[in-house]
Design a protein around this ligand. Structure first.
Ligand SMILES: NC(=O)c1ccc[n+]([C@@H]2O[C@H](COP(=O)([O-])OP(=O)(O)OC[C@H]3O[C@@H](n4cnc5c(N)ncnc54)[C@H](O)[C@@H]3O)[C@@H](O)[C@H]2O)c1
Length: 268
């Protein structure tokens, strides 16, 4: 039987997943429902396919689907995950930052015998981090390098009246723990949330560096523990459809879906 899939959030990642379901995974899955705050985006996506997924509310979408994909916003990630799991549905969450501090949702998946999938997103190395987290971890540092325009509008930049476009050379804009980073740069927190979830709870130092010379977003994960040391750097190019989304994030969602629908799983 084909897995019935519903997608909440029809932007870059949702559209990439919808295309993959229709083109690569059509033998194993069927796109049955779409939902977006801007209904026209769901309609536009639906028009691309020969089948017509329902365009409906989140509540109705959960009712129609076996697997729900959230690719919308951190504001609704926890609520969507909770509702899906309560109703015995599997759920894939892209806005992992929205699950910060909600360990109860991880427990709910087990209680309800349903699956919660969290793709690696725009950062490589979570395979190693997951394995390393089974032993003792001594330190975790996440260094994100972004061009100034990638930090525009963040609460920390506004509150501290930082003029990003006056910065002429490589500058550390922020260093703090993960809770401080969540408040200061909420849009950039998916990566840190992914690491936290892979390791189980951990103390992490988050450093954000900017420079007008940076052309891409890059993330460096430095992990020390009983296993030894790990340093992974990911230099992300933007998605062809939207410069704000790293292409790797969209591809990582498709790779997770491939694992869910397939029989062979490679990597930790
Ligand atoms: N884990 C990672 O590394 C990673 C990387 C990139 C993006 N993300 C997250 O994935 C999500 C999707 O990213 P994207 O690049 O596709 O974004 P996008 O802006 O291209 O698309 C998001 C879509 O969701 C819709 N939406 C927003 N709030 C909604 C709501 N309450 N209900 C229904 N629809 C809603 C928007 O109208 C938009 O069409 C974002 O939350 C983003 O932060 C995670």
């Amino acid at each position: 039987m084909k897995r019935r899939i519903g997608i909440v959030g029809c932007g870059v990642i949702g559209s990439q997943l919808a295309r993959s379901i229709q083109e690569e995974f059509a033998k194993k899955a069927k796109l049955v429902a779409l939902c977006d705050l801007e209904e026209e985006k769901a309609r536009q996506l639906s028009r691309r396919f020969s089948i017509s997924p329902s365009i409906c509310s989140i509540n109705e979408l959960i009712g129609k689907s076996d697997l729900i994909i959230e690719s919308a916003s951190a504001n609704i990630a926890a609520e969507v995950a909770e509702e899906c799991l309560k109703r015995g549905r599997d759920v894939l969450i892209m806005s992992s930052g929205g699950l910060f501090g909600r360990e109860d949702i991880l427990e709910l998946a087990e209680q309800k015998n349903s699956h919660l999938y969290i793709p690696s997103g725009a950062l490589a190395g979570l395979d190693g981090a997951k394995a390393a987290g089974l032993g003792k971890i001594f330190s975790v540092v996440l260094i994100s390098r972004k061009p100034p325009r990638g930090l525009e509008g963040a609460p920390y930049i506004l509150e501290n009246k930082i003029d990003l476009f006056k910065i002429k050379e490589e500058t550390t804009i922020f260093e703090g723990d993960v809770q401080q980073a969540e408040k200061a740069f909420p849009r950039n927190i998916n990566i840190a949330a992914g690491i936290s979830l892979a390791l189980g709870s951990c103390d992490m130092t988050v450093r954000i560096i900017t420079s007008p010379q940076f052309k891409t977003n890059s993330h460096q994960l430095i992990l020390k523990g009983e296993f030894g040391e790990l340093t992974v750097e990911t230099n992300n190019l933007p998605s062809p459809d939207n410069p704000k989304t790293s292409y790797l994030a969209a591809l990582s969602a498709v790779a997770t879906l491939k694992d869910i629908l397939g029989y062979v799983q490679v990597g930790t």
